[in-house]
Ligand binder design. Structure first.
Ligand SMILES: N[C@@H](CCC(=O)N[C@@H](CS)C(=O)NCC(=O)O)C(=O)O
Length: 234
């Protein structure tokens, strides 16, 4: 039985199944990337809810695993060399899970780097830009009189959607026929932009039919539907 008690995070979120991957998360666009990947891979895991309303992400227990105070984070009791591995940053976690299982990632070396390239594109561009657009369109920033910050993120979001549209033209998924961690990173954010943020009209989402088509296919995957609800907020 793996010993996870050395990890302070397990004191606040006890592991009932210490042999399973422990997931610390919330169903946000970054959080669901990991639950969707875990569901796709069929890996046994135990989800723990990190509540923002009680600032769980800044508790000493959470910070002991992720000093960056953001979800998602994992603790795999069976990491490299059979030792526990704690990890944060959704992109790093997706890469880890893909490499651990040899799935959701192209086998060909060049294609593998291209999948990582699109993953980085999401992590460094699409996610942060859409997130800022959400702030200026839906949250506190919407009341700012000066609309220039909002317009800057609208323009950048449209540009990024255009890049994705071009990539998906003639391809089923970002990497072609095979569904990869690049798709799992990208589509929760696109879904959130037009869904929760209600910014579809603002970014003229109807100008991106290939993105719409792939987003619909993403939403139909049973593992996506399950992963979107993890961890349950109840
Ligand atoms: N680059 C990080 C971003 C994670 C992130 O922004 N998480 C947000 C929720 S989507 C969060 O935990 N926010 C809490 C806070 O900032 O206090 C990743 O992809 O894991």
């Amino acid at each position: 039985m793996p010993h996870l008690s050395a990890f302070a995070i397990t004191h606040k979120w006890p592991a009932r199944h210490p042999d399973r991957i422990q997931l610390y998360s919330l169903p946000t666009p970054n959080g669901v990337k990991v639950s969707i990947a875990l569901e796709e891979l069929g890996l046994p895991y135990e989800p723990h809810l990190v509540r923002f309303e009680t600032n769980d992400q800044t508790s000493p227990e959470f910070l002991s695993l992720n000093p960056n105070n953001k979800i998602p984070a994992i603790l795999d009791p069976n990491g490299p060399g059979g030792q526990p591995l704690a990890l944060f940053e959704s992109g790093a976690i997706l890469l880890y899970l893909a490499e651990k299982t040899g799935r959701l990632m192209p086998q060909d070396a060049a294609a593998r780097y291209h999948a990582i390239q699109w993953l980085m594109w999401q992590m460094g561009g699409l996610g942060p830009m859409f997130g800022q657009l959400g702030f200026f369109h839906k949250f506190a920033g919407k009341d700012y009189e000066d609309k220039r910050p909002r317009d800057r993120y609208v323009a950048e979001s449209k540009r990024l959607l255009g890049v994705l549209e071009q990539r998906l033209t003639g391809r089923r998924w970002v990497m072609g026929d095979d569904y990869t961690i690049a798709d799992i990173a990208i589509f929760p954010w696109v879904r959130n932009l037009v869904g929760f943020y209600g910014a579809g009209e603002l970014v003229e989402f109807d100008r991106f039919p290939q993105v719409q088509r792939a987003l619909a296919a993403f939403g139909e995957r049973p593992a996506v539907q399950r992963g979107l609800a993890v961890p349950s907020k109840s």
